[in-house]
Design a protein around this ligand. Structure first.
Ligand code: G3P
Length: 218
């Protein structure tokens, strides 16, 4: 399995509305065979990006509901129908109570959607590992959106996160995120046992996202 490089578009002005598909296309021009590139555009752009690029696409969130009388919700089944690869869940900017997370994971597994559950602490890593997602993304909340990366500031905790996830759910791969912005960050992430990264502003707001990613991915 190739390391996963997942770019979260969040709702950055550079990455939403009419700018979402062009950004995804720029990312798809990176073409580095060693990595699996993936994007998480805003919900409103997800279908278009899934249909018009070959990138893996992830929803930034999923709700616990099935198809039916639910207003303003994102069901796993509908994500599958529109060709989405998977979903980010429990992001620090969109936390989900554990009972709901459990139900969402059941729905995602039924639909064969890939799951990336975010965790901000080691105890959260241990808790969400019980749900056996495909990936756990360790992202300390205080470093998200900044320029000091989690690899620089918390190398020991990353090793603990990888160990904790592995001991509870051996097949789950650990991603790390928060402030990731350089080749060194990526190399350190792999050395510390991560199998990929989640990147937000460094790519979404880069002047030239293609060049930025090409230089970042060795
Ligand atoms: O989902 C990715 C994320 O929260 C990290 O954001 O901007 O620190 O790379 P950023």
């Amino acid at each position: 399995m190739k390391p996963l490089i997942l770019v979260n578009f969040k709702t950055y002005p550079e990455a939403t509305g009419k700018k979402s598909l062009p950004l995804a296309r720029k990312i798809s021009q990176v073409r580095k065979q060693k990595y699996q590139l993936a994007v998480a555009p805003s919900i409103l752009n997800l279908k278009e990006v899934s249909e018009k690029t070959k990138l893996w696409t992830f929803s930034q969130h999923t709700d616990s509901v099935d198809l039916g009388a639910h207003t303003g919700r994102i069901p796993a089944k509908e994500l599958k129908q529109i060709g989405v690869t998977g979903t980010i869940l429990n992001h620090s900017e969109r936390k989900i109570p554990f009972n709901f997370l459990k139900k969402i994971m059941e729905n995602c597994k039924k639909e064969r959607l890939k799951t990336v559950i975010c965790a901000s602490t080691i105890s959260e890593v241990k808790k969400v590992a019980k749900l056996k997602p495909n990936y756990i993304a360790y992202e300390p909340e205080e470093l998200i959106g900044g320029n000091i990366s989690v690899t620089e500031s918390q190398p020991v905790i990353i090793v603990r996160a990888v160990k904790a996830a592995r001991s509870i759910s051996p097949k789950t791969k650990v991603l790390i995120g928060a402030g990731i912005h350089s080749k060194e960050d990526l190399e350190h992430a792999f050395l510390l046992g991560a199998k990929g990264v989640l990147i937000g502003h460094a790519v979404a707001q880069a002047k030239d996202p293609t060049k930025f990613l090409r230089e970042m991915l060795p």
